[in-house]
Design a protein around this ligand. Structure first.
Ligand SMILES: Cc1ncc(COP(=O)(O)O)c(C=O)c1O
Length: 429
């Protein structure tokens, strides 16, 4: 009789303490930068100066886009991007259903309607699914480079051009990711990143947008960067300049301490992205030892993922108990990093998108207009795990994390093989 040794079945956990990948890392230069900012007394930066200017210049240089705007969240950057490209009441914006809701939620603030489209099997935007959703009201399309893996940007750009749509990229998972060697965030009318704690470039809270268009930049500043910044930066000949002193009622300035923590991280990005590629391959190899588990978001020749996380699909016919059992089994062994991305439930499953309301308009049509078989399948079958990047000084810590992942994956693979087709719990009976 086979007796399961898995912790989920009462066995001894592999790890003696709960393990999750620690992020962000700390670096004395970054803390020093925060301390200097604090001691300077400049805890509000009213115009484009100091550490905000430094961050924006570095971001623009990294993306080949002339204009960058630091905000206090990724949500604010997206809102500013949508206002920047001129989205307003009555407009429809195609968006992925498979994303975090902030990709599209600020559209409700503009009285526009997000229209979700299904995704490809790797979670990226499916232009074929989106094509059937274009109407005469469709103004723009926003895509998310989910879990760091760039969308097929040749297809996305061609789709946007074919339908005359402005393209916005939500790069919140994909700092430093590239498509055919070009950085994500450089393909559309505007792009936005979150700089929230878990993100690859982490300010605690914060965001940034880039654009090549002076007009988009000016409008974006008007939305949340009134008075000194907008007055200095906006084109005085532009039609909206007289509003620069007041803006439009929102304030989206970032906290300088967060930006001071993040600014030094930008130069590290290329080496982190490089480091992540090998780790992602290694983690993928470990989990594919379990029959029925497939990695979905590994880099390809054209698409270099930033590996915000690595996504795996679990075949419930081959892994007894399916995805939920696997996650619970890993968690029971002490590997807390593995989880089901619940906050990232497909948009069509969320009340706001099922029953859209807006502070500025009343909707007479639905957001949700199709079925979403691929996104539903991903939501039911996938789990994610962090991918280390071995930043300088943290090589040992990252190696320990990988060793923990290996120990858990090996144990579970061995047990799943032994259990065969039977479900966990039935094994010992
Ligand atoms: C894909 C995506 N878009 C947008 C956001 C919103 O960013 P923030 O939390 O900084 O507002 C997030 C944050 O998690 C995200 O993951």
């Amino acid at each position: 009789m086979f007796v399961s040794e898995l912790a989920i079945d009462g066995g001894r956990p592999v790890l003696d303490r709960s393990t999750a990948y620690p992020w962000p890392k700390q670096r004395s230069e970054w803390s020093e930068r925060v301390r200097r900012q604090l001691e300077s007394g400049k805890l509000s930066l009213y115009d484009r100066s100091g550490v905000v200017e430094e961050f924006e210049d570095a971001w623009s240089a990294a993306h080949g886009t002339p204009y960058s705007l630091v905000t206090n969240s990724g949500t604010a950057a997206l809102h500013s991007a949508f206002y920047g490209i001129g989205v307003g009441p009555g407009d429809e914006v195609l968006c992925p259903t498979y994303t975090f809701f902030a990709t599209a939620a600020s559209l409700f603030q503009l009285g526009a309607l997000p229209v979700p489209a299904d995704c490809r099997p790797d979670g990226s935007f499916d232009t074929e699914a989106a094509a059937g959703l274009v109407t005469e009201r469709t103004k723009a399309v926003v895509v998310t480079h989910m879990w760091g893996l760039p969308c097929d940007m040749d297809a996305v750009v061609a789709f946007a051009e074919r339908h005359g749509l402005d393209l916005v990229e939500d790069c919140s998972h994909a700092h430093g990711a590239t498509y055919r060697g070009h950085p994500v965030g450089s393909f559309g009318a505007a792009a936005a990143w979150s700089l929230q704690t878990q993100k690859l470039i982490a300010a605690g809270e914060g965001g940034v947008l880039t654009t090549r268009s002076r007009e988009v930049y000016d409008r974006a500043q008007l939305l949340g960067h009134f008075n000194k910044r907008a007055m200095k930066e906006m084109d005085p000949e532009g039609p909206l300049y007289p509003y620069s002193v007041t803006g439009l009622g929102l304030k989206y300035r970032a906290h300088p301490l967060g930006i001071a923590f993040a600014v030094g991280q930008i130069a590290e990005l290329p080496s982190w992205i490089k480091g992540k590629q090998g780790f992602a391959e290694e983690i993928a190899e470990l989990f594919t030892r379990i029959d029925g588990i497939t990695p979905l978001t590994l880099s390809t020749t054209e698409r270099t993922s930033a590996h915000y996380a690595l996504l795996f699909e679990v075949d419930p016919d081959r892994v007894p108990g399916g995805r939920d059992w696997l996650v619970a089994a890993c968690n029971a062994e002490g590997l807390d990093d593995i989880d089901v991305p619940k906050a990232t439930s497909p948009l069509h499953t969320l009340h706001l998108f099922q029953h859209p309301i807006s502070p500025v308009t009343t909707y007479d049509r639905p957001c949700v207009r199709t079925g979403f078989p691929v996104a539903d399948r991903l939501a039911a079958r996938t789990f994610k795990i962090s991918v280390p990047c071995a930043p300088v000084g943290y090589e040992e810590e990252d190696a320990q994390y990988l060793a923990a992942v290996r120990a858990v994956a090996e144990k579970i693979a061995g047990q799943v093989r032994a259990v065969g087709g039977r479900r966990s719990g039935e094994a010992a009976r």
